[in-house]
Design a protein around this ligand. Structure first.
Ligand SMILES: Cc1ncc(COP(=O)(O)O)c(C=O)c1O
Length: 463
């Protein structure tokens, strides 16, 4: 069953129901829609969210979906079903990415989302920097396509690369998507840790790549397995998060760094190092990026400021050398021409001001409080097993009892008023067990007990 078609059917069904019902009427439940359209709860939830965004329906945590008060003002729904035929099959992974970015319903506790909660974002300092630079006419002019030289120098200095090796991008997702298209062609194989960031899986599939998982554990990817999978597949590209990986929180152990780099070298391959969590270490000091140990241009380094500061600070950089760098520049030019000047300048002002270090120090304490509060709350919910206690990052990766369906538990949790993300979409192949990703950075510590109580109720309801 194609999920894109299923979503279109659910939306069409709900539009019809809204048109026929009075304001405030209750609409069919997720369970009913799931059965009626042979759609997964994730698909149904995404369809409902699309109609919430249009203002047609509203969700009430724990109660259901209702015709919104604004819907009455909207005329009859246009028939857009022809588009489903014209567009053909949906692309795998994109729907999960949309679900990941969905705004949580009012009143629900967000243990999902992937960014810092607003209270932890340095928006005052960012706003002041942006207001200052926006008044300078030069900031609005076209700059170098690869980004401002001073901002590239700042990113390069962080990792020990040359400023000339860096290209500024509008966020990590754009950087990743460009890198995959620059370094591989449709039909090529991409190796990934298992599990891995679902946005990387979606971008790889959209680029027509075949994705092959490599086993990883609490110490990161296993070098022996990586070498074996390179040999078996002939792959030339490996996407890796060595520090506080999303979703598991695992970091690559010091003893594995050499093995990973030599497996990549021996395969004549590239390693895309997604260093998204460089500023999010809670315990100890982070290991240096792998790019620092790479003499011969195998590592493509990627760092974004969106996780460290605010999702709206859509500034990232990719570092690459040699012909790979030239390919990357060419793809970036096609994708974007260049990144907004005022945002680049504001980012530079912020990361080179004393506010940056103050913010990172505060973040460490605040993230520790949130992680530890969630871990403490989870002790009252023995059904859920924490896989690795992360030493940084934004997420906990937890295992559900055997036989429980992660997607159903996440849907039940949403009905109880806590938003969590199912584990399945983070695997390139079959999930070996049932997991959830719980984002501790997205809610204040005093909400963690309540969040786990709601999650526990959802698990009981799904058992
Ligand atoms: C591991 C990882 N890489 C990249 C991204 C993309 O983030 P952004 O485009 O906001 O920089 C994300 C976002 O969730 C992520 O988790």
């Amino acid at each position: 069953m194609n999920d894109g078609n299923a979503a279109a059917r659910v939306i069409q069904d709900l539009r019809g129901a809204v048109a026929a019902a009075a304001m405030g009427s209750r609409l069919p439940s997720v369970r009913v829609l799931t059965a009626r359209h042979q759609a997964s709860p994730v698909t149904v939830a995404a369809a409902i969210r699309a109609l919430v965004r249009e203002g047609l329906v509203e969700t009430r945590p724990g109660q259901g979906t209702y015709v919104s008060r604004r819907a009455a003002a909207v005329g009859p729904a246009p028939d857009l079903s022809w588009q489903t035929v014209a567009l053909g099959a949906g692309r795998p992974g994109e729907e999960e990415l949309q679900a990941l970015l969905a705004t949580p319903p009012t009143g629900a506790i967000p243990l999902s989302g992937g960014y810092l909660e607003p209270e932890l974002q340095p928006t005052t300092a960012l706003g002041a920097a942006l207001a200052r630079v926006a008044r300078q006419p030069a900031a609005w002019q076209r700059g170098p396509a690869e980004g401002r030289a001073d901002l590239r120098a700042w990113f390069a200095g962080q990792v020990g690369l040359r400023a000339d090796d860096m290209v500024i991008c509008p966020g990590g997702q754009a950087a990743l998507s460009s890198a995959l298209r620059a370094l591989a062609s449709p039909g090529d194989t991409l190796l990934v840790e298992s599990p891995t960031y679902l946005g990387a899986l979606a971008a790889a599939r959209a680029a027509g790549l075949r994705v092959v998982p490599v086993p990883a554990d609490a110490d990161g990817v296993r070098p022996d397995q990586l070498a074996a999978v390179f040999a078996r597949t002939g792959a030339r590209l490996f996407y890796c998060q060595p520090l506080h990986a999303n979703p598991t929180g695992a970091s690559l152990a010091g003893g594995r760094r050499g093995g990973v780099l030599s497996a990549v070298r021996e395969a004549g391959a590239f390693l895309i190092e997604d260093d998204y969590a460089r500023d999010l270490t809670i315990d100890g000091e982070p290991a240096p990026p792998l790019a620092r140990d790479d003499a011969d241009g195998h590592v493509i380094y990627l760092r974004s400021l969106t996780k460290s500061a605010a999702p709206g600070l859509r500034i990232a950089a990719i570092g690459a050398r040699g012909p790979a760098a030239a390919r990357l520049r060419a793809v970036r030019l096609l994708d974007e021409l260049f990144v907004a000047g005022p945002l680049q300048q504001a980012a530079l002002e912020f990361v080179t001001s004393p506010a940056w270090d103050r913010h990172r120090r505060h973040l460490r304490t605040a993230l520790r409080a949130r992680r530890d509060a969630l871990l403490a709350a989870l002790r009252t919910c023995p059904e859920v097993k924490v896989s690795t206690i992360p030493r940084g990052g934004l997420h906990l990766w937890v295992r559900l009892p055997d036989g429980l369906d992660d997607v159903a538990v996440a849907a039940a949790a949403a009905s109880e008023g806590v938003i969590v993300f199912p584990g399945r979409p983070w695997f390139a192949a079959e999930a070996p067990a049932s997991y959830l990703r719980l984002t501790y950075a997205a809610a204040p510590p005093d909400l963690m007990d309540g969040a786990v109580r709601r999650l526990s109720a959802a698990i009981t309801a799904s058992s």
